[in-house]
Structures are given as C-alpha cells and as structure tokens.
Design a protein around this ligand. Structure first.
Ligand code: NAP
Length: 347
C-alpha cells in the first residue's frame, strides 16, 4: 500500500481558489493531454491557468512512473525529499485547482490527420483542437525464458510496489543504471540480500548511487554477467546467470527478480501519424512541436537522455504554452496544413 500522507507539511497552506471550467458545449476540448505523468500534469497546470479547456487522459493511475518511485530527492522545492506518489498527488491537485479535468482512461487510438483531432480511449471518443502527447515510457524487459511466465510471481519492474513482499528474502536486480541501484537500495529495507547483476564491468549509475550501493552491506554485485533464464515452479526460485567474459553459467537462488534495464517509449499508436526516431521516440522541434501543427509532445516519450521529473515537467510547460499560442493563432478548426515531414499515412 502506498503512503499518500504528506511527509513534512511546511507552513499552513493558504486556502486555494479553485476554478471550474465546464465541459465544452460543442464537445471539443481546446486541449487534450495524453498521459498523466509529471509532464502531462505540468502541461495541465499551465493550460488550466491559461483558461484552456483541458482534459487529461491519465491512464489507469495519475502520476506515471513517478507514482512507482519510492523517493524523489532531486525535484526542487523538497529539500527533505518527497514520496513519488505524494508528488503525483500534489501535481494533480494543482492542475485540478486550475480547472483541468482528469479521466482515468487509456488512449487506444488517435487520428491526427485533421482538426479537430480524434482520440479514442478504452471507454469513449474525444475531439480536441490541440493535443499534447505525454504518454511516457515503459520498462524494458530482458526477453529471456521464464521472465514473462513469472511476471507478477517473482519478476517485477517496480520495487516500490513489490519490495514489501520480500521481507527477509533474497532478490536480484538486473541493470547497472541509476534505477537499478536506487531501487536496489530500496529493496535492502526489506530483503536480506540484494544481488545486482550488470552486463559490463563498469556501472552506468551516477557516482552518488554507486557509493551508496557499494557501502550497503546487504548489496553484492555480479558484474560482466547476464541473466539467461528465470527459473521457478509456482514462483521464482532462481536465475541462470552467464559470465559474458568466461562463458561460465551459474544458478543464483533468489525469491525475486527486479528488472531495471531502461525504458521503451509508448509510441505504438502514433506510428504513421507522427515522426518517430530510430528508437521509437517522438521527434519534435525545440518548442515541442511535432510534425502535425497543433500536436505537441513532452516528457519521456520524446526524451531518451534525461528522463527526470523536473525535465519532463519543463517540457510539459513548454508544450502547454505552445498549445496556448497555437489556439490563439488558429482558434477555428481550419488550421494549417500538415507539414511535409510527417510520415505518409499510406506507408
Ligand atoms: P539507464 O540509465 O538506461 O540504464 C539501463 C541499464 O540497464 C544499464 O546499466 C544498461 O547496461 C542495462 N541494460 C540495458 N539493456 C540491457 C539488457 N538487455 N540486458 C541487461 N542489461 C541491460 O536506465 P535507468 O537506470 O532506468 O535510468 C533512466 C534514466 O532515469 C537515467 O537518466 C537516470 O539518470 C534516471 N534516473 C534517475 C534517478 C534519480 O535521479 N533519482 C533514479 C532512477 C533513474 P549498459 O550500462 O551496459 O548499457
């Protein structure tokens, strides 16, 4: 169970004035934001303050990856750190205060070929004058035998969600980046032993995480090593690990496997409509414009490098300000023609 309590209330908050924007009479939102992570919610704060009729399609839970992050230490304004789920709630409250509406619906298809743009969810269809795509990214999986079979039965991509089940047990963490080490440290609060398995002899994680992990007596490292198979019966019992230098294979007994090997952008439904780069991230100019006028992009779905809450929030703010400018220039639905570099929808 996530703890939604404020960790450290500061001064008594001022009573907030709340603005309510009614559902659009013509059924067309000025702006629909696809995604309820920090980027989408920041865009909603900016759009709401600009009195833009805004709907956030937030998927099954607002907050995105942030909600699955135990502690956020580097978001400005929280010197004593803040729980990821708590920060998500604060973002949403702030966006709702300025009139943005939230729907817990998952986008299944879009049509960006003409304005108003059409967005289909698992529940209904919406129309919008402008759209911000902030669908984020999902954890990459190893693609080895046993991983899918035991997903949810020992294999996890969320220590914050599942660490509790490993009290007094042994777990392995796969990956050598910030996420692997950060979540590995979280797991030591519960598990007796955490083995970090990384494919190279050098960790990718920043120095502060490396120092903390190396100083933690519950953490040990298997470097130059990859997981070839997840083993188990009803639940996970071990992993088959291969040393990539010697070729030697060993079975490591474990109760849980936490996979932190990077992310995949959620862009499948935009193929053929927006320009994607070779890794599947949405391409945009420096003002968050995609190749379709009136469709903007922000957050991790367009950011293979930084993937930070503060950066996602920043690009969300830019996208919302650009959407505001666009709505001012093209208030009617006969906006500009598509730019030439959009993909050919026939292909
Ligand atoms: P990442 O930095 O891309 O690291 C991914 C790790 O997984 C790398 O060590 C990589 O190995 C390994 N890997 C990739 N594919 C693999 C495969 N098929 N099999 C085995 N290992 C594989 O991803 P991340 O750790 O999720 O971090 C993402 C971003 O979020 C980063 O910018 C990071 O700084 C940020 N982040 C920040 C915080 C924080 O500041 N609080 C916390 C977590 C994450 P190689 O090194 O060999 O490529």
């Amino acid at each position: 169970m996530l703890d939604f309590k404020l960790s450290k209330p500061t001064a008594e908050p001022e009573p907030a004035e709340t603005f309510h924007i009614p559902e659009p009479a013509d059924g067309i939102y000025d702006l629909i934001i696809l995604g309820g992570g920090p980027s989408g919610m920041t865009a909603a704060i900016y759009a709401g303050r600009a009195a833009i009729k805004t709907l956030v399609l937030a998927g099954s839970m607002p907050g995105g990856q942030m909600s699955n992050t135990d502690t956020v230490e580097n978001f400005p304004g929280f010197p004593d750190s803040v729980k990821g789920a708590e920060l998500a709630m604060l973002f949403q409250r702030q966006a709702e205060r300025f009139g943005a509406r939230f729907a817990l619906e998952t986008v299944t298809a879009v049509d960006f070929s003409k304005r108003p743009f059409t967005i289909r969810t698992d529940m209904r269809e919406y129309k919008a004058r402008t759209v911000i795509v902030a669908t984020g990214a999902v954890p990459r999986l190893m693609g080895v035998p046993g991983e899918k079979t035991f997903f949810g039965r020992g294999v996890s991509t969320c220590a914050t969600c599942d660490a509790f089940f490993y009290r007094g047990k042994k777990v392995v963490v796969v990956g050598g980046g910030d996420s692997a080490l950060d979540e590995g440290i979280v797991l030591t609060r519960f598990a007796d032993q955490v083995t970090i398995i990384h494919r190279r002899d050098e960790l990718r994680a920043t120095k502060i995480y490396q120092e903390r992990a190396k100083a933690n007596p519950k953490i040990n490292f298997m470097l130059d090593s990859v997981v070839d198979e997840v083993l188990g019966d009803k639940t996970v019992t071990g992993v088959r690990v291969r040393n990539v230098k010697t070729g030697e294979t060993t079975v490591v007994d474990t109760d849980g496997v936490f996979v932190y090997i990077g992310m995949i952008p959620k862009t499948e439904m935009f193929k053929g409509q927006l320009e994607l780069d070779e890794w599947g991230y949405i391409s945009s100019d420096e003002n968050q414009n995609t190749c379709v006028p009136g469709v903007f992009v922000s957050g991790d779905v367009q950011d293979p490098y930084y993937r930070q809450v503060v950066v996602a929030a920043g690009t969300g703010a830019i996208a919302a300000m650009e959407a505001e400018k666009f709505l001012g220039e093209y208030p009617e639905l006969d906006g500009p023609e598509q730019l030439l570099y959009c993909p050919d929808p026939e292909k």
